[in-house]
Design a protein around this ligand. Structure first.
Ligand SMILES: Cc1cc2nc3c(=O)[nH]c(=O)nc-3n(C[C@H](O)[C@H](O)[C@H](O)COP(=O)(O)OP(=O)(O)OC[C@H]3O[C@@H](n4cnc5c(N)ncnc54)[C@H](O)[C@@H]3O)c2cc1C
Length: 447
């Protein structure tokens, strides 16, 4: 791998004429859009999935690849557990290697207070049948062969997994296409087509498509898109960065980490590393507009983000980004086909040095690729998964940095929500109206 594998340099894989009509039109070719499309097609729906850039070009290829139940919000946990069952099934059905492995996930405690938080979560998670356990300091040492740091302990879930994001999501998209989904890359949706106040389809940069149902799964762009229709989601996008090392000697250990350092081994023998607790928020009009709902999050992690006065040109919350447009004109979605933020290289080198100090036996790791992504954050750290107040419109967005692992289950849920099937879980916590119905912000016990 030289540089990041998915971007505008990658040839368009899904191209062709746009159909005139579909049962369901999906906006966004990340893991949520792709998995919803696959499950809808399996239910016999005619699905068109439109992606402004490349399938998985944004968050869905840029993530750490953790498929994690550990530390989930308790209302998300049964959904994460369903995803944990779905991933191996999907890999078997596709007959393609998604890089899936049951490595386990461990949260590493540097302070006794972290263990107390893990215990609180574990007491709530246990009744769901989770196999998570708090490890002692000695057990944690045994879990991380050669680690030089002594941890107070860890929260360990052996059943957690990893997959290789930039391999898995494009493979799942190919499976969706094989199941009959019409996927088009380089095709932005500019606007909804509303007829008598309900969904009649959408206007794309290549013309109109009729559809009775539209799903917005636009990741960091969803709130910009939805505000055209008076749907206000307090979603912000925050930069998170990752680096990949060259292949290193094998070490048998789980994906593990904390705010200082997160690491997991990739299928190609290298490690994917990140400074777990560091993010950058670019200040823009939405950051001001939504400051109030984020007050709890800022209070809990006052130094969790570095603040920058302005986003680069064309980003969803950049000062110059258009907030409204007509369907006949070029939109912000076409102007930024793949959101590809620059990582802060000095911090990347620090992360690499941190990893090298933790595992000196691995020698001097070298950076193979370095990248960043824009996470679609929500004030209460759970997504919006709901019907919208416009008939025929559904939303699945705001995955808050943990949508890759849970993606297959939210895809299955959206297929049922849209077709009137049994969603199988209580989605109350993920309702759109929680930001406007006077509810108190519920930060949940997620870690
Ligand atoms: C650095 C980083 C690390 C992460 N680590 C993990 C992890 O280890 N485990 C985990 O579970 N999650 C992780 N995540 C989060 C995870 O990647 C995301 O939650 C998930 O990929 C979100 O999927 P999505 O489909 O909602 O959005 P995205 O993958 O962002 O896809 C949305 C797509 O919609 C397209 N789009 C938007 N608007 C339009 C439009 N108008 N027309 C057409 N297309 C449009 C965009 O181009 C984009 O491709 C991480 C994220 C980052 C950035």
């Amino acid at each position: 791998m030289t540089g990041f594998p998915i971007g505008l340099h990658k040839p368009v894989e899904h191209d062709g004429q746009l159909p005139d009509a579909a049962d369901v039109l999906i906006i966004g070719g990340g893991v949520i859009g792709v998995m919803s499309a696959l499950f809808l097609a399996r239910k016999g729906q005619k699905v068109v999935l439109l992606e402004k850039g490349r399938i998985a070009g944004e968050q869905s290829s840029r993530n750490w690849g953790w498929i994690r139940q550990t530390g989930r919000d308790i209302d998300e946990l049964p959904i994460a557990m369903e995803a944990n069952r779905l991933w191996p099934q999907l890999q078997a059905e596709l007959g393609e290697d998604l890089g899936l492995a049951r490595l386990g996930v461990a949260y590493l405690a540097e302070k006794p207070q972290s263990i107390e938080r893990y215990e609180t979560w574990l007491n709530l998670a246990k009744p769901h049948g989770m196999d998570s356990r708090i490890l002692t300091s000695a057990e944690t040492k045994a879990l991380l062969p050669g680690a030089t740091r002594r941890y107070h302990g860890a929260l360990h879930t052996p059943s957690d997994m990893k997959a290789e994001p930039w391999v898995a999501v494009p493979a799942l998209a190919r499976a969706a296409a094989a199941a009959g989904v019409v996927i088009r890359e380089n095709c932005a949706v500019r606007a909804l087509d509303l007829t008598a106040g309900r969904i009649g389809g959408a206007v794309t940069e290549r013309g109109r498509i009729r559809a009775d149902q539209v799903l917005v799964a636009g990741g960091a762009w969803s709130s910009l898109f939805l505000r055209q229709y008076g749907i206000n989601i307090p979603q912000l996008s925050i930069l998170a960065q990752v680096l990949a090392t060259e292949a290193l000697p094998a070490l048998d250990m789980p994906a593990a980490g904390n705010d200082r350092l997160a690491f997991r081994r990739r299928t190609d023998g290298g490690f994917t590393l990140a400074e777990g607790g560091w993010h950058r928020l670019f200040i823009g009009p939405d950051a001001f507009r939504h400051l109030w709902p984020y007050r709890e999050q800022i209070k809990a992690h006052p130094f969790g983000a570095s603040y920058h006065p302005a986003a680069p040109k064309g980003f969803p919350d950049a000062w110059g980004t258009k907030r409204s447009w007509s369907p006949e004109e070029e939109t912000p979605f076409e102007r930024m086909r793949v959101l590809d933020p620059k990582p802060v290289e000095a911090r990347q080198r620090r992360t690499l040095a941190e990893f090298a100090q933790l595992f000196p036996a691995l020698g001097a790791p070298r950076i193979k690729a370095s990248w960043a992504g824009m996470i679609d954050a929500m004030p209460d750290i759970v997504p919006v998964v709901d019907h919208a107040p416009i008939e025929g419109l559904s939303i699945c967005t705001g995955m808050c940095g943990h949508g890759f692992g849970i993606g297959p289950a939210f895809g299955r849920i959206m297929a049922d929500l849209i077709t009137g099937g049994d969603v199988g879980h209580d989605l109350t916590r993920f309702r759109l109206s929680r930001f406007s119905d006077g509810s108190k912000m519920d930060m949940g016990p997620g870690l």
